[in-house]
Design a protein around this ligand. Structure first.
Ligand SMILES: [Zn+2]
Ligand SMILES: [Zn+2]
Length: 104
């Protein structure tokens, strides 16, 4: 990284600004991705771990909203993650919303 910046400076004053601002934007983007990966379970509010070996603590995302849950916090509790990973999953909050819409 430091070597790259030194290379850029050697190439002349005119190119410094554009090259540096590109690097700056890339760094910001990486930081945002790290923060996004720290997601909490929308039911128990414990942090979700993406690389856990514990079947109950694996993550499943709602198809209707952006909420994520532990497997143990959904109706899939007790099932293997491999069984449900590609199943449709609609969280409790969205089921309630759907029910309300149907009633109205
Ligand atoms: Zn949970
Ligand atoms: Zn949902």
């Amino acid at each position: 990284m430091l070597q790259q910046l030194q290379e850029i400076k050697k190439r002349g004053e005119n190119h410094i600004n554009t090259q540096d601002s590109n690097n700056y934007e890339n760094n910001i983007h990486k930081t945002e991705e790290i923060q996004k990966s720290r997601i909490r379970c929308s039911r128990c509010e414990d942090e979700l771990i993406s690389d856990t070996e514990d079947n109950d603590l694996k993550n499943i995302g709602c198809d209707k909203c952006t909420n994520w849950y532990h497997l143990k916090c959904t109706g899939f509790k007790g099932k293997l993650y491999e069984e449900v990973a590609f199943s449709d999953f609609i969280c409790g909050l969205c089921i309630k919303k759907t029910t309300l819409v149907t009633i109205l």
